[in-house]
Design a protein around this ligand. Structure first.
Ligand SMILES: C[S@@+](CC[C@H](N)C(=O)[O-])C[C@H]1O[C@@H](n2cnc3c(N)ncnc32)[C@H](O)[C@@H]1O
Length: 235
């Protein structure tokens, strides 16, 4: 896992304490670089997304962790810019997504498993639904700037929350891809518990025709797309 990418050229690592400014693509954070709600997304979860969605251009993974999502995207031929607030040994560390004023140059889509999930791994990470909503609102604003796409992995029940539903109804909400298998976040060998929650990808597309309802799609770990069949573009 050695992808040390080009985002340093987008923002210059020396303005480390700068705050977000309009038009500045990247905010370098003074964050202390501890774990920060890190857990890796199993490959099948990203495969499930790519079974249904085709992204229009370069993808930004703004919370890349150790590159679990990036690696699958790249395997599918996507160019990916990978950043993270913490240093997990992959991509460009020190980039606070919430402080970024634009998507990195050339990116048309944003794909991530954001922090604020519910695996019980939070330490020193604000984990309120409000924080998650702020994250989604920010991601929607940034992708609107490039008429882009946004795919976020969330707990399935998050979709039904009142404020999340309102946010999604107001935005270019294109699809929910419900994962039919539960994600096992931590392999503890014989002590591994069955995961409690279902997850889903919520997909926004600023090119989604207004008034067209979002698609409800399903995908699991065990249904590979038949060879030769192109992935669906949501919706
Ligand atoms: C749940 S992990 C997901 C990692 C990776 N996306 C994956 O799916 O394997 C969340 C990641 O978000 C990062 N993170 C937390 N707050 C962030 C912020 N404000 N800006 C950028 N990255 C952040 C953490 O360092 C962590 O790597």
């Amino acid at each position: 896992m050695t992808e040390r990418s080009n985002t340093e050229t987008m923002a210059g690592r020396d303005d480390a304490e700068s705050s977000a400014r309009p038009g500045r693509p990247i905010h370098i954070s003074g964050y202390d670089r501890k774990g920060r709600d890190f857990y890796a997304t199993p490959a099948w979860v990203t495969e499930a997304l790519l079974r249904h969605v085709r992204f229009r251009g370069r993808v930004w993974e703004p919370c890349c962790g150790t590159g679990a999502i990036t690696t699958v995207l790249q395997r599918h031929g996507y160019e990916v810019t990978s950043t993270d607030i913490a240093d997990h040994g992959f991509g460009t560390p020190g980039i606070d997504f919430l402080g970024c004023g634009a998507v990195p140059d050339g990116c048309r889509a944003l794909v991530t498993n954001p922090p604020y999930g519910d695996t019980g791994s939070h330490r020193g990470q604000e984990k309120s639904p409000a924080a998650m909503l702020r994250f989604v609102e920010h991601a929607l604003r940034l992708t609107a700037g490039v008429q882009g796409q946004l795919a976020l992995l969330v707990r399935f029940q998050w979709v039904a929350g009142q404020r999340a539903a309102a946010l999604m109804s107001a935005g270019p909400f294109a699809a929910v891809i419900a994962l039919t298998q539960r994600i096992c976040w931590f392999d503890r060998g014989a002590d591994t518990n069955a995961a409690q929650h279902h997850h889903a990808w919520v997909v926004f597309d600023h090119a989604h025709p207004p008034g067209q309802p979002p698609a409800l799609l399903f995908a699991g770990a065990d249904r590979p797309r038949p060879q030769g069949e192109p992935p669906r573009t949501a919706p």
